[in-house]
Design a binder for this molecule. Structure first.
Ligand code: CA
Length: 244
């Protein structure tokens, strides 16, 4: 676990942003501040935070519009998001959660409550405990350093592809249905369609390059990561042996 989670605070009122930032800093977080949607987008493009605190009422695009956009975008869709708002009624709360927020805090709030909610969301969204490096068929993934390589050549993966590969490597040679992968890799994002899995598998294969064929499609069943893909010579030999 990283011990100083980065929090992007999107809030147009400097006094509130400052109060939040000071409290976050004192409690072991690394806050960055964006005062409107454009600068928030710049921050996200530069680096993904561990969590976003997003004010609903912003000049220009509202927090709700931003939440929906970030949830629809593959790069930002899994970043935990808490909405802040002066609007406390239930329909607003539902709209915020529908837009993909993990939680919702009505202003005015106590900083104690804010910190408790942030910790709760990060806990819920935390990945599996970091384990040891896993190696299958020349592919190596190290959860500690977040590094992936194939035959000693480094491979760059987005956060979702990394999680997907981590799960597949940890359960290699087994077939996983799309629903199982959604549950294990995306967790509480129950509103994500199964087709999303196909999109990320495709991306993962592309990013893996030569190691792409290790991620096999099992027709009618799902996906499997194997050290002996069927369309490689070694795999054909292995299948030949099995069927002989
Ligand atoms: Ca505001």
């Amino acid at each position: 676990m990283r011990n100083m989670p980065a929090v992007l605070v999107v809030e147009d009122e400097p006094a509130i942003a400052e109060l939040i930032a000071v409290n976050l800093r004192h409690n072991g977080f690394r806050p960055t501040w964006a005062m409107d949607s454009a600068s928030a987008q710049c921050e996200l493009d530069a680096a993904l935070p561990d969590l976003i605190l997003l004010d609903w009422m912003l000049p220009g695009e509202s927090g709700l519009v931003l939440a929906k956009r970030w949830r629809a975008h593959p790069r930002t869709k899994t970043v935990p998001l808490i909405m802040l708002t002066a609007r406390g009624d239930e329909s607003d709360r539902v709209a915020g959660l529908d837009a993909g927020a993990d939680d919702y805090i009505a202003k005015p709030f106590s900083t104690k409550e804010l910190l408790a909610r942030i910790r709760a969301v990060l806990r819920r969204r935390a990945p599996e405990p970091v384990g040891e490096a896993i190696a299958v068929g020349g592919l190596v993934l190290d959860p500690g350093t977040h590094r992936v390589s194939f035959e000693d050549q480094p491979i760059k993966l987005g956060p979702t592809e990394f999680k997907l590969l981590h799960y597949l490597l940890g359960h290699a040679e087994r077939v996983h249905s799309r629903a199982q992968l959604l549950d294990k890799v995306w967790g509480d994002h129950v509103y994500i369609e199964e087709r999303t899995v196909d999109v990320h598998v495709k991306r993962l294969r592309e990013a893996l390059g030569q190691a792409g064929p290790l991620v096999e499609t099992v027709r009618g069943a799902g996906y499997r990561l194997t050290a002996k893909p069927v369309d490689s010579p070694a795999g054909q030999a292995a299948v030949g042996r099995l069927s002989a």
